[in-house]
Design a protein around this ligand. Structure first.
Ligand code: PEP
Ligand code: MG
Length: 568
């Protein structure tokens, strides 16, 4: 049976089906609405004190960030719009408090559920939690006590509210499976923080599985095995052991250098979209930011961000990394990333169209504002500038000339910046990879953007599901372009990084190391695993296999070769 894997890890154990007591609310007409209002006020007070207690428990057992959810609950239970709405209904319709709570909360829950944003939509779960609390208090209903579990178990529930998870005795809970909730629901977030395997979106779980059943859950794959065979139990016990050993090894990677078995040091950096992503970079011990996708600062708003707004964002990131490198990529819009307020023309081939550096060299007003912000921030850390979608040398020269103009302006205004700031380009168009010996003479570094390089070299739209089987990072032609770019960069004495998804691909990392890649930039959550792979690979050993690998006929052959000869 399959659900959504929301917290990785494997658990084997007996089931406890957690059913919330049914809350039945009937509509009653009341004569004295003041009495009902009094009831609701008392229930809110009691609810607040329960929530405050849960805040303290979570703060102690889990952490400040996770406890924050109860601050949100407190705000909701006191919210004048919500409670005001309840009271108004009691008064105007002369109904009982319970009915008014049910009705008003349903109205707000529906409102949340209709919001597009997944995060906001899941706030409906918080309001459900709060309104159930109020109803239980009003109706004097006892709940199942998850705090005093005596036996180890895997909890199966229709849904688990943050209040449920906060109270449960963590030592006894091996995992959970819920019918609803997604990757960003609080239960999933808590499960990941507590490192408890969890699966959600498993329809009818509470009907399919009974108390006392034995199950296995795989929180990475989203799998649930009900009453498994001896063979499966053995297999998953082995998987669990391996996973736990691996987790320990990954944790040991924190604070270590990224250095191969034969002593070659590389840099493992992070890809970010906004300064908010910095928490994860630091938590996962990123050695820098290899790609700051600045277009996110321009999205979800109705006008261009100001120089000052951008400056603050770049400065925050640069300072947060305390001197470690931060590669800021200039605006890369167009293609699949639209900015409605720019009224960009509709194009037949947006990925080949008016985008990224092409747009910036045309709209120099937008480009200059961004460059001013980046240069100003360069006084506060180790910032480098990178241009996206470069396809010819003139673009580099023109962009550099604009940087010089902006520097001159700043000098005249006596604003400080890093004069010798490094300037590099994304190598994501095959023409640049092929001609990289010449391009390397114009810049301080290359960062290979495999997401686009694969799409352009294989002529496969990176977002089209129907042809996704053709999009393959192991394609020998793609690997040849990568190797050529790294070698040509090195011949000219510049460093070469990679910030496309391939840099974090566990099978490609050894190959890239063998090719001599200097910097690997990836999503923060992949950093420690990548470091572990680097630390367990010998560069020279892989290098000696490259000729064989690059002469294999297909991507499938390459993958098989890596599986059999490198990963092992
Ligand atoms: C790339 O193309 O590999 C890349 C990193 O850029 P983006 O995914 O933002 O296009
Ligand atoms: Mg790209």
């Amino acid at each position: 049976m399959k659900g959504i894997g929301t917290s990785p890890g494997i658990a084997l154990g007996k089931v406890l089906v957690y059913k919330e007591p049914e809350i039945i609310v009937t509509k009653k007409e009341v004569k004295d609405s003041n009495q009902e209002i009094d009831k609701i006020e008392k229930a809110v007070k009691k609810g607040i004190s329960q929530i405050e207690e849960l805040y303290q428990i979570t703060l102690k057992n889990v952490g400040k960030k996770e406890a924050g959810i109860f601050n949100a609950h407190k705000m909701m239970i006191e919210d004048p719009e919500f409670i005001g709405g309840v009271k108004k209904q009691i008064e105007s319709e002369k109904v009982n408090a319970e009915w008014a709570v049910k009705n008003t909360s349903e109205h707000f829950i529906q409102m949340f559920e209709n919001i597009e944003d997944e995060y906001l939509r899941e706030r409906a779960l918080d309001l459900k939690d709060v309104s159930k609390r109020l109803l239980r208090i009003l109706l004097e209903i006892e709940t199942m006590d998850l705090a005093s579990l005596k036996e180890e178990c895997i909890i199966i529930a229709e849904d688990l509210t943050p209040s449920d998870t906060a109270q449960m005795n963590k030592k006894m809970v091996l995992g959970f499976v819920t019918e609803i909730g997604g990757k960003t629901s609080h239960t999933s977030i808590m499960a990941r923080t507590l490192e408890i395997p969890a699966v959600s979106g498993f329809k009818d779980a509470t009907k399919t599985v009974k108390n006392g059943d034995f199950i296995i859950i795989d929180g990475k794959e989203g799998l649930v095995l009900l009453n498994p065979s001896e063979e499966d139990i053995k297999l998953y016990k082995e998987k669990k052991k391996k996973y736990e050993e691996f987790k320990l090894k990954l944790r040991e990677m924190k604070g270590k250098e990224s250095i191969s078995k034969d002593g070659v040091k590389v840099e493992i950096a992070a890809n970010i979209g906004t300064p908010k992503d910095m928490d994860k970079v630091l938590e996962n011990d990123g050695e820098g930011v290899g790609l700051f996708r600045t277009e996110f600062l321009y999205m979800d708003r109705d006008k261009l961000p100001t120089e000052e707004e951008q400056f603050q964002s770049y400065k925050t990131v640069a300072e947060g990394l305390e001197g470690k490198p931060v590669v800021i990529r200039t605006l890369d819009v167009g293609g699949d990333k639209d900015l409605p307020y720019l009224n960009l023309p509709k194009e037949m081939n947006p990925f080949l169209g008016y985008r990224a550096i092409r747009l910036c060299l045309d709209r120099t007003d937008i480009f200059k504002t961004q460059l001013r912000a980046i240069l100003r921030a360069s006084a506060f850390g180790n910032i480098k500038i990178m241009f996206p979608m470069i396809s010819n040398i003139k673009e580099i020269r023109d962009a550099k000339a604009i940087i010089e103009e902006v520097k001159e302006e700043l000098r005249n205004e006596k604003i400080s910046f890093k004069d010798d700031i490094e300037i590099g380009i994304m190598v994501e168009i095959p023409a640049v990879a092929v001609h990289s010996d010449i391009f390397a003479k114009e810049v301080d570094f290359f960062s290979i953007g495999t997401n686009d390089l694969i799409q352009y070299s294989l002529a496969v739209d990176r977002g089209n599901q129907d042809i996704s089987y053709l999009y393959n990072q192991y394609h020998p032609s793609v690997l040849k372009l990568i190797k050529m770019t790294i070698e040509n960069g090195h011949k000219e004495g510049i460093w070469v990084g990679m910030c496309g998804e391939a840099a974090g691909d566990e099978k490609l990392i050894p190959l890239l190391l063998g090719m001599g890649l200097d910097e690997f930039s990836m999503s923060s959550s992949s950093i420690l695993r990548a470091r572990w792979i680097i630390n367990n690979t010998s560069k020279e050993e892989v290098k000696s296999m490259l000729d064989t690998i690059l002469s294999l006929p297909t991507a499938e052959d390459v993958e098989k070769f890596i599986d059999e000869n490198i990963i092992g």
